[in-house]
Design a protein. Structure first.
Length: 190
């Protein structure tokens, strides 16, 4: 069990996702404050893995609930998926960039701005709606499901992967397994 999972165990889904947001944004700050290209690469790889785990868990468990229970939920989820696509594209570029180049930090800043916007959308608009329309026990159950999904989720960006609950529940675990194997073989920090 990772530190994040241990810290959020038993929390509701809003608390789990909010904790993720803080950690991802802090990692991006660390990347920008670090002068050592090797450390930058490790931190960037870690934040990419965290964003991927978080996004997949949202798409598997949170977005279907938003669509079903939150007014205009389908439109909100479509907006979020579009933002996920944009983040995946930037992460894919970042994955291939040289951490010693100035362009690397430009990509990190772009990713941070996009993620910050996405975080504010969720925390200021969606999360209050989740708490208003979904019973506390269901939100705790969702928190547990999200934590478990993050354990199996892919750790690398896959621009052509669909943002569907069915895809993530059937194929996503296999993609995640391959990603984690590649991470180990290449000593990638996640």
């Amino acid at each position: 069990m990772t530190q994040t999972q241990h810290q959020t165990s038993g929390s509701d889904v809003v608390d789990v996702l909010t904790t993720d947001h803080r950690q991802m944004l802090e990692l991006l700050d660390q990347v920008q404050r670090t002068a050592d290209p090797s450390e930058r690469r490790d931190l960037a790889d870690t934040v990419i893995a965290e964003v991927m785990r978080h996004s997949v868990a949202e798409e598997m468990h949170v977005y279907p609930v938003i669509e079903e229970h939150v007014p205009n939920g389908t439109e909100e989820v479509e907006h979020d998926k579009k933002e996920h696509d944009e983040l995946v594209d930037v992460m894919k570029e970042l994955e291939g960039a040289d951490a010693a180049d100035a362009a690397f930090l430009d990509l990190v800043k772009r990713m941070q701005d996009m993620l910050d916007h996405h975080v504010h959308d969720e925390e200021d608009e969606q999360f209050p709606k989740l708490r208003a329309h979904i019973p506390a026990e269901k939100l705790r159950e969702l928190g547990t499901k999200v934590e478990k999904a993050k354990e199996l989720a892919p750790t690398r960006p896959h621009p052509n992967a669909p943002h569907s609950e069915l895809f993530h529940k059937t194929v996503g675990a296999g993609v995640g397994m391959v990603d984690r194997l590649r991470d180990r073989l290449t000593s990638r920090n996640t």
